[in-house]
Ligand binder design. Structure first.
Ligand code: SPD
Length: 352
């Protein structure tokens, strides 16, 4: 017996075409757009997530909170998941740039280390952000090229290394380092302290090749640079890739910045469901452990700690030993005082 469609070939063709388009539509809908710092997801994770969820994942990269903020504030749409540092989240949320998170859809948040959230996180109730990774900022140097290295931010005053050093392109990190050298808090709201830090960074600027949060990595690996201000895990990743025994990461004696990067869903995201699934996936203990091993940053997921190798558990870049931790200071949200840092940074950037 002929089917209804076989009896009406033209109608069948039309309906068939419509069905084909309809069946394509869900595929187009199943694209997760991520905007993240570079080298921040373990190899294979994205592919596994895409296969398990029958979706595509498209990733764009940024190298500073300022770039992320400017892009989202400027109206960039199309991102479903972003990774701001914790000290940017409140401002972005208050400006309506981030959604409140539905914890029911992210059950793996039960694995998040409550001690970390209680002591370190800024968004303690995880209203707009979920912790991703935490790490420290220090100085990477080549011991085959630098004599008499002292673990001090004052290394940027060394004229014998002029042109061979870089600072991060990151106002809170760079002014924060200078503030600690001057004996001030890296979260100070005192304008005189921040301006004095800017003056010191302008001195350092005479000796650096550039402000770089990305080019510092390849540069120190290739020996273009000998000393770079860097995020610890980024340097450990290069050591892991190249087995370079001359590359060393040091935490300065004056103190060093620590930070927490988070996961957040921008307002107007097309694919909230996939974003929540991806956050949940990254907080699966085994996945989180793989991600820690790759990144050499610590994901504060206490169920993951059981799955870490001895090597990682003993790596001071990943888990900073107690005796050093006292010198680490978390970068905090300085609220409206951020404008002072921005103005000081503009002065640093435009100085000759
Ligand atoms: N490759 C990933 C680097 C992540 C750096 N976190 C940024 C902290 C900003 N202060």
């Amino acid at each position: 017996m002929k089917s209804f469609l076989q009896r009406l070939p033209l109608l069948g063709l039309l309906i068939g075409t419509t069905l084909m388009l309809t069946s394509c539509a869900p595929k187009r809908d199943r694209v997760l757009h991520i905007y993240i710092w570079s080298d921040y997801l373990a190899d294979g994770l994205v592919e596994e997530f895409a296969a398990a969820n029958d979706c595509e994942v498209v990733i764009d990269y940024y190298d500073s909170n300022e770039v992320l903020y400017a892009k989202i504030k400027g109206g960039a749409t199309g991102y479903d998941l972003v990774f701001p540092s914790s000290y940017f989240v409140r401002m972005m949320a208050e400006e309506g740039l981030l959604q409140r998170l539905n914890h029911n859809n992210i059950p793996n948040i039960k694995n998040i280390d409550p001690l970390f959230v209680g002591r370190v996180s800024i968004d303690k109730k995880m209203v707009h952000s979920i912790p991703y990774m935490t790490g420290a900022t220090g100085i990477a140097y080549r011991k085959d090229e630098v004599e008499d290295f002292e673990p001090s931010w004052r290394v940027f005053e060394r004229t014998d290394l002029a042109g061979r050093m870089t600072l991060l392109d990151d106002p809170r990190e760079v002014l924060g380092a200078a503030l600690m050298v001057l004996g001030h808090s890296l979260n100070t709201t005192n304008e005189n302290h921040i301006e004095a830090a800017a003056d010191l960074v302008i001195e350092w600027k005479q000796n650096i090749a550039q402000f770089a949060s990305e080019a510092n990595k390849a540069g120190i690996a290739s020996k273009e640079f000998y000393v770079v201000q860097a995020w610890g895990g980024d340097i450990q990743q290069i050591i892991n890739e190249n087995g370079d025994e001359n590359l060393v990461f040091a935490l300065p004696e004056e103190g060093f910045p620590m930070w927490e990067d988070t996961m957040a869903i921008p307002t107007g995201a097309d694919n909230v469901e996939l974003a929540e699934k991806f956050i949940n996936f990254l907080h699966d203990p085994v996945i989180a452990a793989r991600n820690i091993e790759f990144n050499s940053y610590l994901c504060p997921n206490w169920a993951a700690y059981n799955h870490l190798s001895e090597e990682t558990l003993e790596n001071p870049i990943v888990i900073i030993p107690k005796e050093l931790l006292g010198r680490g200071k978390q970068i905090q949200d300085v609220r409206e005082h951020l404008a002072k840092y921005t103005a000081a940074w503009d002065r640093v950037k435009s100085a000759n």
